[in-house]
Design a protein around this ligand. Sequence first.
Ligand code: ADP
Length: 535
Amino acid sequence: MRNSIVASNTVTLTNDLDNMKTASSRDDMRTESRRRNLLILIFHHLMEAGYVDAASALEQDTNVCFRRFEVCDNIDLDTVLMEYESYYFIKFQRYPKLTKKLPEPVESRHARSCGKKRVPCTGVQPLPRINSSHRPPSRGGVKKTEPKMVVKDASKAVGENGGRSSPPEPTEFGLNVSPIIRNGAGEGQMKKGQLIDCRGLIQDASNSLSEPMEPLLKPLSAFIGMNSEMRDLAAVISRDIYLQNPAVRWDDIIGLQAAKRLVKEAVVYPIKYPQLFTGILSPWKGLLLYGPPGTGKTLLAKAVATECNTTFFNISASSIVSKWRGDSEKLVRVLFELARYHAPSTIFLDELESVMSQRGTGGGGEHEGSRRMKTELLVQMDGLAQSDDLVFVLAASNLPWELDHAMLRRLEKRIMVGLPSGNARQAMVSHWLPPLSCTGGVELRTELAYEMIAQATEGYSGSDIRLVCKEAAMRPVRKIFDALESHQQGSCNMPVIHLETVTTDDFLEVIAHTKPSARNLIDKYTAWETQYESV
Ligand code: ADP
């Protein structure tokens, strides 16, 4: 009897074990299949969006030929994500947070403040590059229907707890949704079979995200109509596109109210309020910022890149000439084509005088390639003027009198970015040397007569003033170097650092030894402004 009980228990145990094994192997298979499906969806998404190189790299990395699989009708990554967002919105009355920005590593921030572009994302290994000239295939024959969600009888699913479902009703797509939905008109219960198109809501939600989105560049592989040489040039120019915004806000620029207003009017508002800028009010196509060096012209351009949602091409004109002497004109052509491709775009041409000095000057020794490039730039600017493309040229020059007159005509707006006024100088000094600041854990105190300093710095540019502030702040730091050096030889513990206060006398002494860089040229700028100003 006892034996038979033991035997029966053993059989039950074996059956249970078998069942568990089968269930676990079924789970494994589902997980495996989900993983494979995810990769196939990613592959198809990349191909559809034109990221052909990345798709090929994915195939190489996984060693799977994804081209052998097709994604079923009405399924793609975008739709899956959109439906998840809709589901979440309906269930929780808010959108899911799918991604979040990592804190920027210190090196990247430093690199950016040094004016470097394209800080590589840490933690993401670059994909192997595979040359591919073919365009993404369209999913021929597969008719996409717009994603809509059918919510079944809402009343059945209303829970006691104010909208949280108990139990939730399945939707047509197998998603469980709570029936309460918020819309512009207020909350209400859904009627049976009512269609909700959630795309608008999702759009609204992403528009209202507080963080400004960085631009997502369209893939170069879809940049058609180009031979391989042109594609290479396009790749070169693409390196000058700001991918991370330079983080200069309008408020970071001290003074220059008139210049800021004009730049906003010319670049920002036409993109923000296109309906206002039609007919005679059609947007300006070119704007020149001129003035002494170090007065904030580049800063204004960076604010445009930060505050406008346009693709920003930061082109140093001198680098076009020096690197591409022979091919500069092709580079200019590709630059404008690329700007149209990524429109709305802003092309910032810094140091314009180095490419667009008056033609035929320089004792007849002008390089043929340089002449061709200037002509191409003028042709491209004309092309812009006659088109509706949202491409805008922002140029900066420290030597406007050297500029070609034909180019000047095409830069319809010409704005002087002059030396800072007394108020601006005072604001700059109190910004860079406030009464108390803390850098790297060290406190720096100042006792400065800001108004007096503002008077003493007349004729100094913004960057001169920054330099003087830095030098003044350096004085108390210099005094502790000796103490630090001798201490380090004896012990490994850092002493507590107390810096002396920076005084007005310190500042005035620095000014006495740091002369303004552009004071002598002011008359020349004013004379030129009288003749060519266009604001
Ligand atoms: P440029 O007119 O030669 O293009 P920049 O815009 O590059 O000059 O300015 C050089 C530096 O001077 C800036 O990085 C900034 O630190 C300082 N600076 C100049 N003008 C201003 C300003 N109006 N507001 C704040 N900083 C300024």
